[in-house]
Design a protein around this ligand. Structure first.
Ligand SMILES: NC(=O)c1ccc[n+]([C@@H]2O[C@H](COP(=O)([O-])OP(=O)(O)OC[C@H]3O[C@@H](n4cnc5c(N)ncnc54)[C@H](OP(=O)(O)O)[C@@H]3O)[C@@H](O)[C@H]2O)c1
Length: 279
């Protein structure tokens, strides 16, 4: 795990901010590209201080420098692999050591794999569960008690419209996102009485590097038109700040989610499979 402060000495900075106004730190996972990088830009524009994590350190450093310059907020960069089960705990301890109380946790890091369950590499499928499910759950468990104690802040979990039905040809990915949506909705109700918000952001097809790993470009879903990562990030943050439980950016995606709810289950999973290129 590599840790670096951008621009200013953290201790000095922390004391200055405690004396003036309590900072709002947003911890964003998967900030090195796509939706995560745009979430970082939008949170910074709203005055949040940032902790950015992902594996690609140089990407994070470049984004941190850009954001620090554009918005004048402190940006911390931590390079880590969240498929490692110890990583969330290490990150939590590092932040405690640095006196960074996370106001908003953004669990965005994730990837998908397209292909049949029985033929995709088993290790990669388990790694997807480690990242999309296990790391996300650990970070929620580590950060939520502090938010409840302080009675402020919350969690923005990036799920997907994949959460609303089963997905033949992307079976494990759809299942991980159903988990994220279900967990987030339950936590929304548990945390609400304590003044803490938990929101599930459920994007549809979005321009990012997602397709490089998952390979869904060219399938029916992406042919229907993808939203920009910036649009998705804005919608997510607006919904989170409005204390909503679920945010689905884009009218077409909202219609799809409602249709999946009311259609017979065999029909919605068949359509999802066709859109994922299943024959
Ligand atoms: N794009 C879409 O169509 C779409 C639709 C619905 C939901 N989503 C969800 O949106 C989220 C962001 O994806 P994206 O579309 O922005 O894709 P992306 O551009 O590929 O971004 C994924 C991010 O996750 C990070 N990441 C991947 N593996 C990691 C690991 N082992 N440890 C730590 N970080 C890791 C990547 O950084 P490094 O490679 O530097 O580690 C990157 O910053 C994901 O949860 C995805 O499931 C995407």
């Amino acid at each position: 795990m590599r840790y670096e402060a951008q621009g200013v000495a953290l201790e000095e900075n922390w004391e200055k901010m405690v004396m003036t106004k309590e900072p709002r730190w947003a911890l964003i996972t998967g900030a090195s590209s796509g939706i995560g990088a745009e979430l970082a830009r939008v949170f910074a524009g709203r005055g949040y201080s940032l902790v950015l994590t992902a594996r690609r350190h140089e990407r994070l450093e470049a984004l941190g420098a850009e954001i620090g310059q554009a918005h004048g907020v402190p940006v911390e960069v931590v390079a880590l692999d969240l498929e490692d089960r110890q990583a969330p705990q290490d990150l939590h301890e590092l932040l405690l050591e640095r006196k960074i109380a996370v106001h908003t946790l953004v669990n965005n890091a994730g990837f998908g794999l397209r292909g049949y369950f029985a033929s995709l590499p088993h290790e990669k499928q388990l790694a997807m569960i480690d990242l999309n499910v296990t790391a996300l759950t650990s970070l929620c468990r580590l950060m939520l008690p502090g938010m409840i104690e302080r009675r402020r802040g919350g969690i923005l979990n990036v799920a997907s419209i994949a959460a609303f039905q089963a997905g033949p040809s992307m079976a494990v990915y759809y299942a991980t996102k159903a988990f994220v949506l279900s967990l987030s909705e339950a936590l929304h109700d548990e945390a609400k009485p304590h003044g803490v918000t938990v929101t599930a952001l459920c994007p549809g097809p979005t321009e990012s590097e997602f397709g490089k790993t998952a390979g869904p470009k060219g399938t029916g879903l992406f042919k229907g038109g993808a939203m920009s990562a910036a649009e998705v990030a804005r919608a997510g943050i607006e919904g989170y700040e409005a204390r909503r439980a679920i945010v689905i950016p884009g009218a077409g995606n909202r219609i799809g989610a409602v249709a999946a709810k009311f259609a017979p289950r065999f029909m919605s999973r068949r359509i999802a499979g066709l859109l994922q290129g299943m024959r």
